[in-house]
Every structure is written in structure tokens, then in C-alpha cells.
Write a protein that binds this ligand. Sequence first.
Ligand SMILES: Nc1nc2c(ncn2[C@@H]2O[C@H](COP(=O)(O)OP(=O)(O)OP(=O)(O)O)[C@@H](O)[C@H]2O)c(=O)[nH]1
Ligand SMILES: [Mg+2]
Length: 466
Amino acid sequence: MPVMVQEEYIVSGEHVFDTLTDSFTSAIKKIRFHDDEKALKKALLELKKSLLKADVNHKVVKELIIAVETQTKAAGIGKDQFLDAMRQSLHGLLDVKGNQGFVFAANPPTVILMTGLQGSGKTTTTGKLALYLKQQKKKKVLVVAADLQRLAAVEQLRQVTAAIEVDLYADDEAKSPVEVVTAALASAKNSLYDVVLIDTAGRLAIDEELMGELKEVREAAKPNEIFYVADSMTGQDAVRTAATFQEKIGIDGVILSKYDGDSKGGVALGIASQVQVPLRFIGAGEKMEDLEVFLPDRIVNRLMGLGDIEGLAERTANVIDEKQAKKLTQKIKKGKFNFNDFLEQMESMKKMGSMKSLIGMIPGMGDMSKALKDLDLDNSQEIKQIKAMVGSMTPKERENPDLLNNSRKQRIAKGCGMEQMDVNRVLKQFKNAAKMAKKFSGKNGMKDLQRMMGGMQGGGMQGLPR
Ligand SMILES: Nc1nc2c(ncn2[C@@H]2O[C@H](COP(=O)(O)OP(=O)(O)OP(=O)(O)O)[C@@H](O)[C@H]2O)c(=O)[nH]1
Ligand SMILES: [Mg+2]
């Protein structure tokens, strides 16, 4: 019996595992019939190629392919069996013994040593982690500037921590990182900090002298955990250096930075399976908000194109104000969504970090995220035009789009340097969007969205498709 391959089932989850997810699509499309050994072989070959292209280590690829083949055959060849086998094999690779996310020590402060090669993203990630702990976990965080190697390092950290309003311990006179760390910890205990994050100096390559320094800092700080920040753009090199750090000083978790770049998905699989240290967070952007907890389940789901509710929830929770969202729904219902609301929405979207990674997490929206890949809220032509138009409106016109008659439109067009025709077009689009929104504000539309946004604040997921 033919097995139909539903295209929409395999959405390409842009974001983290672009290449890998594409590989699923092409591989699975090739399996059309039960017991079609040839189709399975082709699918496996395709998968193998894509995994290698995604920079997954060849030994890991081999293991994965054998596991998928054996399991698919045992269950009877078919699309679903293939997907199940894939899911389980990926889990097998990503599930590593150890802590997940951030783990607090029984007796505060929880001390974390941030390590990694030069330029891997330690300082940026330290800031991101501090913001995460402050916003999502409501913790009092102290960041320690223990990089005395690079001249501007302390100043960089000063700017990072100032921007997110987190305390910094720095001492420009200090002679050694050990001195800074010792004093910082004493002060952290006195001032009852929950978490201390220590940013250390980078290493160009694994070098004995700096490794020695790191060991001294480790002795002085007695950290609860050592995090290794790996630049995912460096592919297999990241896996190798992580393994060396693990061997020389011992690491408890890996944070993958720069996952938004051209990094290939394989590095996550490589670190988990080859270094056997759990991935804890993923940094996917230069903004301080661009940090996500790494959960194997979440990544596997995203790989399989099922979306990522938890990741979405985490990001939206600190941006969307429930009351504000309710007010907005009311307005939309009454057809009163105006230009001020529009501008407000744009601002809160920007706060969420990059739109594309957010969209990719919504179930079934993976494909959309590809289309939106280049949508840049600051530089989109459309949004620029609307903003320019709104800038030329009087406060009354902003409140009430219906006021806009011909002569007002003419004035606005002049004010923002657009043709009246364009003003008409943009206005029409805006009205259509408001109409659509009104439609969705019915029983099952906006309400679900609202519940989704609201429910996320308390971490609840009521009413959401799983
Ligand atoms: N796109 C992107 N850029 C990042 C990310 N994380 C860090 N960066 C950038 O990478 C560069 C280096 O980051 P740093 O945080 O200074 O790296 P570091 O490891 O502290 O560097 P050293 O202190 O010199 O060892 C900066 O330009 C960051 O903005 C990320 O997740 N995405
Ligand atoms: Mg640094």
C-alpha cells in the first residue's frame, strides 16, 4: 500500500538545525512504500550526506544511520517508522548524563566559571546568562571580571552588565585573576548574591600557561560548575577543544554560541555524543535576550518539525504584558486597532529578539520562518513606510484611522515623501490586517493566542496543542 508523505508534516525548522531538517525532508520523501528496501537505502544515503554536510562527525553519522536502519526495518519500513527511529536515535545522541539548564547550589551563591577560547563568546554569554537569571529566575546576580589579559576586557564587561542592569565586580588595580575572584566571592557572600558568574580570559588555542591560570582560578573560586562556551561556527574544532578542556580542567556544561550564524547543526550532536558533556544553553544572536535553555526534547522536536512551545514561552513571557495583551484584544475586537497600537506592537516584537527564531518555534510555522528569514523589523521597507506615515499624522489621526480623508492623505503623503497612491496602498494593507485580526479575535482565534501568551507567563500551557 502506498504511504503518502505529507509535506506539511516535515516543516523545515529554520533556526538551529536548518541543514539537518532539510535532510529529513529529502530523505523521507524517498520512502513511498512499505517494505521498500531500496527506498529506505536511498533515504538513509540522503540522510547520511546531509548529516555529513551538517558537520556531524563521520563516526557519529555511521552510528546514527545504523540505528535508524535497524529500527526502521524491525518496525516495518514506512515513513512513520523511519521518523520514530530517527527521533529515538537523536535522543540517544543528545541525552547526556548531567544537569540541564541552570542548576542552583544548595547554599548560595551558586558560582559558575565561564571558560572558552578567545572570541568564543564568553563575555557576551556571561551577560546573557546574567539577564536570564535576573529576569526569568528572579535572582540577584554578580558578574566578576576575571579577564585581565585583554586590555579592554573589563571595560567590555562593564558595558554589558550596565546595559542589563546587573552588578559587576571589577578591580582595575588587581594583579591577578585569583585576587579578583577571591575578593569578589567574599563580597558576594556578604551581600547575599544568589549567583556569581566569573568571566575569564580567552585562549587563542589550548596553551599551558593560560590553562594553569584557569586551574588557579578554579582553586580559588571552587565553582559549582564550569561552563565551556563553544563557538558553533567552528564546527568540529569546537568539539575537539571542548574535549581538551574537559580533559584538562573538567567542564560541567557547554553553551553553544553563535548558533544564528552559518553554523552547521552537527556541532550540537558532536559535543553531546563525543564529549559526553550536556549542552546547557544555546546563544543565537548578539542581543542579550538571545539565549535559550537547551533541552534535548526541544531540539529533537524542532528537528522533527513539531515546533517548540517551551522556547517560545520563555521568550514571550518577559515581553508580553498580560494586561496589555488583553486591552489590545478588546481593541481589535471592536475594530479599534489604531496606528499607536501598531507602533507599540512593533516595539515589543523587537524586544523579543530576532523574529525569525521565534517564528520557527511555533508548531507548523517552520516553513514560514524560512520566508521570514530576512524580515528585519528595523529595516523592512514596509515597516519603514508605515512608520514614516505615522510620523506625519496628527495624534488624532493616529488614534482613529477612519479620519483619513483625501485631503488628509494628501498632506500625509507630502509629509513623509510618499506618493498618495502608496499611502492609499499602505492604508489598505493596514485596514485589511486590522480586519483579519478582528476575525481572529473571535471565539477560537485570538482567544487561543491570548491564552497561549497569558498561560506562558505562569509557565502553564493550557489549551495548547502539544
Ligand atoms: N551573532 C552572534 N554573535 C555572537 C554571539 N555570541 C557572541 N557573539 C559575538 O562574538 C564576538 C566575541 O564575543 P565575546 O563575548 O567578546 O567573546 P569572548 O569569548 O569573551 O572573547 P575574549 O574575551 O576575547 O576571549 C562579539 O562580537 C559578540 O557580539 C551569538 O550568539 N551570536
Ligand atoms: Mg571576553
